[in-house]
Design a protein around this ligand. Structure first.
Ligand code: NAD
Ligand code: DAU
Length: 349
């Protein structure tokens, strides 16, 4: 029975992955999560209760704790999601991003290297982002595995540094590591500081929808379950030393995404069409804002047979319904600290 360590498994993507792993992997699953503002044990409470997941509240920067977990569980696989993940917060204060995303990744890499000591059959899967590549001009081809790194935000720079460490540990120390660079995820349990859940909840509550700048920035959207299926395929069949890019082939401007959300919210609440669109307000742009992302996932598709199953526009009504049905959760995660952040981020825009 092989044991897997899932770092950041109480966050958005990590919790969705833990859920998928609990259904597909027979061995022990251990979640290590520091429960920052973005982590919430409620996201996996049912898995913990059913003893499908063993939860450890702790910090990936705590080398003694990480070593202890490796000694106790003898992990065969690490799936490393834990990170500070929000670009706007990284602009307000980069330090926690450097600490967790770079320092924490280093702690995990070293612990895995020492524990595995070259033994076969191990895997370290590092979850990264397309933001490490910077942005694209309108006619540029999509990001590919060999696109040079050109990060724009403190978040992206910290993820780029972590990716470099992972590749160095693979090449120099022989750590069986794989990097996954993914585009923008959407789906249940996403913390409502990110575009899609923030716009859903604001539209539901009749509050302004703050679109940065002209709203024509393009992101490549992917449903979180499609991302998790890609991660699962890489865990099971991915080739050590490779990089896998994961995109949904769904390039959309932010204004298009917000329009879809407005339609889905008006539909769910039986409002007159166009009601929520009136809430859109263009606000001051994000500093250093990347204009366009696009990913070429052909290596993943060709080598592992993966393809995305969801489409943004058709998935959004169900997602709106999910947020409406999880009001206790959204109220809890938007407590005092969230309100302070929201005020700081949006009041002056
Ligand atoms: P998230 O912010 O929702 O969750 C991050 C989780 O990590 C939280 O549960 C948090 O408590 C935990 N964490 C933070 N610091 C920690 C520390 N020092 N020790 C232990 N746990 C800690 O993030 P997410 O959106 O689920 O992203 C997960 C990963 O996927 C990140 O590495 C992110 O860079 C990457 N990624 C995210 C997206 C996206 O669209 N959300 C896209 C591509 C890649
Ligand atoms: O591309 C992958 C990345 O996607 C991940 O690595 C990050 O962890 C994740 O947060 C996400 O980063 P983005 O900056 O693209 O996501 P965000 O949801 O913050 O913003 C999406 C777009 O919407 C971006 O162009 C900024 C814009 N935006 C965002 C917010 C929160 C707005 O116009 N208004 C807003 O209020």
């Amino acid at each position: 029975m092989t044991a897997w360590l899932i770092t950041g498994g109480a966050g958005f993507i990590g919790a969705n992955f833990a859920r998928m792993a609990a259904a597909r992997h027979a061995g022990p699953l251990v979640v290590l999560d520091a429960l920052t503002y973005a982590g919430n044990v409620a996201n996996i409470a049912d898995l913990i209760e059913a003893r499908r997941v063993q939860f450890h509240h702790g910090d990936i920067c705590d080398a003694a704790l990480v070593d202890r977990l490796f000694a106790t569980y003898r992990f065969d696989c690490v799936v490393h999601f834990a990170a500070e993940s929000h670009v706007d917060r990284s602009i307000l204060g980069p330090q926690p991003f450097l600490r967790t995303n770079i320092g924490g990744t280093h702690v995990l890499l070293d612990a895995a290297r020492r524990a595995w000591n070259g033994e076969a059959g191990r895997r370290f899967i590092h979850i990264s982002t397309d933001e490490v590549f910077g942005d694209l001009e309108p006619g540029d081809p999509p990001f590919a595995e060999r696109t040079p790194y050109r990060p724009s935000s403190p978040y992206a720079a910290s993820k780029a540094a972590a990716d470099h460490l992972v590749r160095v540990w693979q090449r120099t120390y022989g750590l069986p590591a794989i990097v996954i660079n993914c585009g923008n995820n959407y789906g249940p349990w996403q913390f409502p500081e990110k575009l899609i859940p923030l716009m859903i909840l604001n539209a539901v509550e009749g509050r302004e929808l703050p679109v940065y700048g002209d709203g024509l920035q393009v992101r490549d959207w992917l449903h979180v379950t499609d991302h998790c299926r890609a991660v699962m395929a890489v865990v099971e069949k991915g080739e050590v030393g490779h990089t896998y890019l994961v995109g949904g082939d769904e390039p959309r401007t932010n204004l298009e995404v917000v329009s879809y959300i407005c339609r889905a919210v008006d539909g769910a609440l039986d409002r007159a069409p166009g009601t929520s669109e009136k809430l859109i307000r263009h606000v001051k742009d994000r500093p250093g804002h990347d204009r366009r992302y696009a990913l070429d996932s052909s290596f993943l598709r060709g080598s592992l047979g993966w393809r995305p199953l969801e489409k943004l526009e058709t998935a959004l009504p169900a997602l709106v319904r999910w947020y409406l049905d999880h009001k206790d959760w959204t109220d809890a995660v938007r407590s005092g600290a969230y309100r302070q952040y929201y005020e700081r981020q949006y009041a002056e825009r």
